[in-house]
Design a protein around this ligand. Structure first.
Ligand code: FAD
Length: 416
């Protein structure tokens, strides 16, 4: 039995767990025990957050951001605390009881995601809101529902950072809150620069139709409660600044994993096979990984579609290595999908730019937001958001050979 521990149950971690199940089933004689650890384990898909942030303030935030296919996932919650890459175990903390539990592994997958980077710009921490969690989305929805004070009546919501998060939020806010002026600012001269110009131009057109004021070449130097100041001295009045610019790895990834190679943004550097450089049998994918982009040069962008595609390759590689076979490179020929409102999206799919409802279909497919037979493998205990240490286990009938046992939840429970 090969023990695989997956840290993080976001877009990448969940895809790894699901594809390990499938890959194990198609490999003769490979038995895997997969343990998936996540601090929240609510099936949250971050690309759905703009829908919540732009809607009316509501109490049932959790149920509105859970993706349909993942709502049946198990609710086991553990916060990653420590790792020993020599003796091959990680320590997790049960957030309800504070108990520390040890999880031994043969292969460790790190998929803990990223957080926003303010690069030390004055006022960002104090006055700006990020959009990483349902609580952030709820705060934005609340702040947009409260009328601006008289002194700032002509003010706007300024979204800083024109990646998929900023674009999607700006479009949703503009379309669903027509009374509020929405400004999208970024230091770059055009949208979605790593990709073909046609994609950025199509997104810019969609933003203009939604009523978003797009301000390229706007390097933010200060954020105040009532305005955003640019490097050239220009000021944008704002009742609310949402910061989506730049990402860096979550702090745990930066501080743990001694011996591993990190980027300056704290990401784990991997080889093209998604193995972390400097430590044995540790793999990484998604926003906390710096993965070479063989098809385009440089590193892969921090996008959900890349996280999913890396997860699929990583899972196959883990199964190959566990069966004595070779790992294969991740190339990065991946679709790009960006939401530009509640009912439409723009996608770069096999070299073609899709928009409107076809873009919307591509967005759902690209981010795995539609139920598939594979996604139904994750069991469901029906207690959304509840912490629990149960270990739901499913056994998959193997196509040939013995069955692959895939265990989701904590595998080994020994005090440290
Ligand atoms: C608002 C928004 C909109 C977006 N829109 C798009 C889009 O339209 N298209 C697109 O391609 N991409 C989009 N993205 C980017 C996409 O969401 C990310 O690239 C993707 O989520 C990365 O997946 P991940 O699994 O690496 O990280 P995440 O999905 O962030 O998952 C990380 C997981 O790790 C868990 N975790 C973190 N720390 C700990 C800990 N200490 N212990 C235990 N668990 C922990 C978290 O709970 C989380 O479940 C958007 C992002 C945002 C924020």
């Amino acid at each position: 039995m090969t023990r695989v521990v997956v840290l993080g149950g976001g877009i990448a971690g969940r895809s790894v767990a699901l594809h390990l199940a499938r890959a194990a089933r198609s490999q003769r004689g490979t038995r895997l025990e997969v343990t998936l650890l996540d601090a929240a384990m609510n099936g949250l898909a971050r690309p759905l957050l703009p829908q919540v942030a732009s809607g009316p303030p509501a109490s049932n935030i959790g149920s509105r951001v859970r993706r349909p296919a993942r709502a049946r996932a198990e609710q086991v919650r553990f916060v990653f605390a420590d790792v020993d890459t020599d003796d091959r175990f990680v320590v997790g903390v049960n957030p309800s009881t504070g108990a520390q539990l040890r999880f031994d592994y043969d292969h460790l997958v790190v998929a803990l995601g990223a957080t926003n980077e303010d690069t030390g710009i004055p006022g960002v921490r104090e006055h700006a809101v990020c959009l990483r969690t349902p609580a952030d989305a709820a705060e934005i929805a609340y702040r947009c529902s409260v009328p601006a004070p008289r002194a700032t009546r002509r003010t706007a919501v300024v979204v800083v950072g024109a990646g998929p998060a900023g674009i999607s939020l700006a479009a949703h806010l503009a379309l669903r809150n027509p009374g509020i002026e929405i400004v999208l600012a970024d230091r770059k001269p055009r949208l979605l620069t790593p990709f073909p110009r046609e994609l950025g131009d199509t997104v810019a057109g969609a933003l203009a139709r939604a009523g978003v004021s797009w301000r390229p070449d706007s390097l933010v130097s200060e954020v105040h409660p009532d305005r955003v100041v640019l490097r050239d001295g220009a000021e944008i009045p704002s009742a609310l600044c949402v910061w989506t610019a730049g990402t860096r790895s979550v702090p745990e990834v930066e501080t743990s994993f001694a011996g591993a190679e990190h980027t300056t943004g704290g990401r784990l550097v991997t080889d093209p096979m998604l193995r972390v450089r400097g430590v044995a049998d540790v793999w990484a994918c998604g926003d906390n990984a710096s993965v070479p982009w063989l098809d385009a040069g440089g590193d892969c962008p921090a996008l959900g579609t890349f996280a999913r595609a890396q997860a699929r390759r990583l899972a196959r590689n883990v199964v190959s290595v566990a069966s004595g076979d070779y790992a294969t490179s991740f190339r990065g020929d991946v679709p790009v999908v960006v939401s530009v409102g509640p009912a439409s999206a723009v996608a770069l799919w096999r070299g073609r730019v899709l928009r409107g409802w076809t873009g919307g279909v591509a967005w759902h497919l690209g981010l795995g937001l539609v139920p598939t037979p594979l996604s139904r493998l994750l069991p469901h205990d029906g207690n959304a958001g509840q912490s629990d240490v149960g270990t739901p286990t499913i056994t998959l009938p193997s196509a040939r050979g013995p069955s692959a046992s895939v265990e989701l939840g904590p595998a080994k429970r020994r005090g440290r």
